[in-house]
Design a protein around this ligand. Structure first.
Ligand SMILES: [Zn+2]
Length: 267
């Protein structure tokens, strides 16, 4: 069953159509869980579609709506482009697989469990070693407010300036959560990007938007000295384009696109 709020069926001739662009509300926890898993499978397919995969690195997780200390994640070693709803696995608060048929890796548990503990407001976290994010992460500078879109991250990004190797333990996860603080994004020096949100939709959109902002920043800086948007205007723009709802909203066309291209993700 799909719980998407936008119809993908072609309209009947002469029928006026309007897209329902409102985040869904659920009274049934099983329905909400299924919805979150559909969004998560779609988000992973989009990461593959945009080329964010680097071997087995990268994971997107979503909290279980019934057990907030548990989260769903992609199976370790399965290509993002193959993941279906039925492939997702559920980890408990000790990192044990409690639902699903595949294994995982210590990294998603170390990173994501610490983020979820520190941030009760977030439902999803996304991480990968995407190319432009990695390049900006190596330069030691934030994503700058040089475009309207990049303003979503203006004074709303953390920087983890403490690379010590692959994140495999809880202590490092806690330090990552400390660097993220209350922001929607974290740049990990010499590593990559993490984004979070109140839904899979929002966290995934922020990842895509942040990766694009990194790409544009590198292009602009390679060509000259970019003009930054002034502080007050950058803050105002962030209020306009950077809310959790705007993250959710921007994900909707991508969800529709990937479900139409790859409907088996809902299996
Ligand atoms: Zn990583």
């Amino acid at each position: 069953m799909t719980t998407t709020s936008i119809t993908t069926a072609p309209p009947a001739p002469g029928t006026p159509q309007r897209l329902e662009l409102t985040p869904p509300a659920f009274s049934d926890v099983a329905q909400e869980r299924h919805h979150r898993k559909e969004r998560l499978a779609a988000a992973l397919r989009l990461f593959a579609y945009f080329g964010y995969e680097e071997g087995v690195a990268g994971h997107i997780t979503v909290r279980d709506p019934e057990h907030p200390d548990r989260f769903w994640v992609n199976p370790m070693g399965m290509p993002f482009g193959h993941v279906r709803v039925s492939d997702l696995i559920l980890l408990d608060d000790r990192g044990e697989v409690v639902e699903g048929f595949y294994g995982t890796h210590p990294a998603p548990f170390s990173i994501h469990s610490a983020l979820y503990r520190a941030r009760p407001d977030i439902q999803c976290a996304a991480h990968s070693h995407s190319t432009y994010g990695k390049a900006v992460a190596a330069l030691g500078r934030p994503v700058e407010p040089i475009t309207q879109d990049a303003c979503a991250f203006y004074e709303d990004q953390g920087y983890f300036d403490d690379y010590t190797g692959v994140v495999l333990d809880e202590a490092e996860g806690k330090r990552l959560a400390g660097a993220l603080a209350g922001h929607k994004a974290l740049i990990l020096r010499n590593h990559g990007l993490i984004t979070v949100g109140g839904s899979v939709d929002a966290a995934t959109w922020w990842f895509i938007a942040l990766e694009r902002a990194c790409e544009v920043q590198l292009l602009a800086r390679a060509a000259g000295e970019p003009l930054a948007i002034e502080h007050e205007n950058a803050l105002r723009t962030r209020e306009q384009v950077g809310s959790d709802f705007m993250g959710w909203l921007n994900f909707q066309p991508l969800y529709e696109q990937i479900v139409r291209l790859q409907p088996d993700l809902l299996d």
